[in-house]
Ligand binder design. Structure first.
Ligand code: PMP
Length: 393
């Protein structure tokens, strides 16, 4: 039965983790990860989460099945966070993290417009291509990273959108682009929204890092602009990073429709996607997030803790630049502090990244992506010394 099954290639990032774990050097540093570590190099358990869980543990509830679309209070809280208010023309369903939200959306889109192509940014989070391909789409890219100018090739991006056939699904990183760390400005978003509207494209905003760029509200700029344009669009939300709840799989998919009645029909279809995949979502993580978002005190605590993560990442960006300069790197490194979110496209080549790994025990992705959210005062000297050495050649 399985004689002809091919061995699938290893996930490059998981492969890197395995290599890191097998490395016996004491001072090794893993910057290949996509998670936020605190100053002590530990995955944080947020206080707001602990408090919500303590309250839940004090009044334990039986675990029946959730509705197919998840906890109603959670879905409403997501809408308030993403759109500023609860909206009847938006169909929101609880999902298994941001990935689950993307997959439910992709399956629904495949049914809606089976011949559509999907455009993702070049480069993008590696799972975008795989996920939409697996959902049956042909996936192509629109230009995004401008390596020469260390920024976004916005003209290229816009030209690709303008050349795309109507119905093309365009996956856009709502904020904190993974892997480059480069976002477009509000004025550029206005141009993207205008092009998407004029060409009749289907926007799918992936929001995995709300709050990590400039703030919860500030990072919602793209969503607000699409909403104001009055077109239908998708938003996938992930709380993996912003609540440090990676393993709980807490996310949501919101589909913005042109009327309340349309949203009812869309929701009924999303429920079929969910029902035939995993029937209904798990309870715990969404209950925690709903409890935090719906309680003023816990919500304020969360915003404070989220700001703490954001500020610490920015401080690490500045510290990395300072340490590289102190180590004699003369190139302009201002791009490191301009980038947003958990990652930095360091501009290092695959060969430099390999040298960094082999000689200095500093692990990053061959694309040059390093996770700045995994830097701390303790590992910074090792990272800076290694990076400076490979940059200087
Ligand atoms: N989209 C992007 C851009 C991401 O970086 C990630 C997580 N690395 C996800 C989606 C998926 O998030 P989750 O872990 O919640 O599935």
């Amino acid at each position: 039965l399985f004689a002809d099954v091919a061995l699938a290639p290893r996930d490059p990032i998981l492969g890197l983790n395995e290599q890191f774990n097998a490395d016996t050097r004491a001072g090794k540093v893993n910057l290949g990860v996509g998670v936020y570590y605190d100053e002590a190099g530990k995955l944080p358990l947020l206080k707001c989460v602990r408090e919500a869980e303590a309250a839940m543990a004090a009044a334990p509830k039986p675990r029946g099945y959730l509705p197919i679309d998840g906890i109603a209070v959670y879905d409403k809280a997501v809408q308030k966070l993403v759109f500023g208010s609860e909206l009847k023309n938006v169909a929101t369903v609880q999902a298994l993290g941001g990935t689950g939200a993307l997959k439910v959306g992709a399956d629904f889109l495949k049914q809606l417009n089976p011949g559509a192509k999907v455009l993702i940014s070049d480069p993008s989070w590696e799972n975008h291509r795989a996920l939409f391909t697996q959902a049956g789409f042909t996936v192509e890219t629109y230009p995004y990273y401008d390596a020469a100018n260390k920024g976004v090739n916005f003209d290229g991006m816009l030209a690709a959108l303008n050349a795309a056939p109507a119905g093309t699904v365009v996956v856009l990183h709502a904020c904190c682009h993974n892997p480059t760390g480069y976002d477009i400005t509000a004025a550029q978003w206005a141009q993207v929204v205008a092009a998407v509207k004029a060409k009749g494209l289907t926007p799918f905003l992936d929001m995995a890092y709300q709050g990590f760029g400039f703030g919860l509200k500030e990072d919602g700029e793209a969503v607000r602009q699409f909403q104001a344009a009055g077109i239908g669009f998708f938003v996938s939300t992930s709380f993996s990073k912003s609540f440090s709840l990676y393993g709980e799989r807490v996310g949501a998919l919101s589909v913005v429709c042109s009327s309340d009645e349309e949203a009812v029909r869309v929701l009924s279809q999303l429920k079929i996607m969910i029902r035939t995949n995993y029937s209904n979502p798990p309870t715990h993580g969404a209950q925690v997030v709903a409890a935090v978002l719906s309680d003023d005190k816990l919500r304020a605590l969360w915003e404070e803790e989220l700001a703490g993560m954001r500020v610490r990442i920015k401080a690490m960006r500045s510290a990395l630049v300072a340490a590289l300069k102190a180590a004699g790197v003369t190139q302009d490194l201002s791009f490191v502090t301009e980038q947003l979110g958990m990652f930095s496209y360091s501009g290092l080549t695959a060969a430099q990244m390999q040298r960094l790994r082999n000689e200095f025990g500093v692990y990053g992705v061959d694309s040059g992506r390093i996770c700045v959210a995994a830097l701390n005062e303790g590992n910074l000297p090792t990272v800076a010394a290694g990076m400076a050495a490979v940059i200087k050649g």
